[in-house]
Design a protein around this ligand. Structure first.
Ligand code: RB5
Length: 141
């Protein structure tokens, strides 16, 4: 699967970790930045990732900022983007099974690296359950 990954400075170090992890588990990564810990604005990177999911360049996206909150607010402003801010693997799995989340948001300053990779691995591997959940998603469009 092709996955767009973006962060601001608050998520930069986790982004590097997540990009490597995704490659190790066989995913194709499009890294849209940022590329250092210099201060940047999270909406700019949310826009890049969401646009690449909307135009089908990438199937899914992952966004990391300090808390994950800014990225999640910014991403959910985009039509057809269902962004889930997750702090553990259970909600990550449910965000795929029930919500068909196409963007995962993480907080680089609130998670440890093992938890973050557990969330990412679970989210990448879990499929949408469809059925009654599709009916509910249809009501969002
Ligand atoms: C940047 O300092 C911080 O505000 C940002 O990474 C994010 O946490 C915003 O929601």
């Amino acid at each position: 699967m092709k996955i767009a990954v973006g962060s601001d400075h608050g998520g930069f170090e986790f982004k590097q970790l997540i990009v490597e992890f995704l490659k190790e588990i066989g995913q194709v990564v499009v890294d849209v930045g940022c590329f250092s810990t210099d201060s940047v604005d999270y909406p700019d990177f949310a826009d890049k990732v969401c646009e690449s999911v909307r135009n089908t360049t990438c199937e899914r996206g992952i966004l990391i900022c300090g808390t994950g909150i800014g990225m999640s607010i910014a991403a959910n402003r985009h039509r057809d983007i269902r962004a889930a801010l997750c702090h553990e693997a259970y909600t990550a799995r449910m965000s795929r099974e029930h919500n068909n989340a196409n963007v995962l948001c993480l907080g680089g300053r609130v998670l440890g690296p093992e938890i973050a990779l557990d969330i990412v691995g679970t989210w990448v591997e879990t499929e949408f359950a469809g059925g009654r959940h599709q009916r509910r998603l249809d009501k969002l469009s």
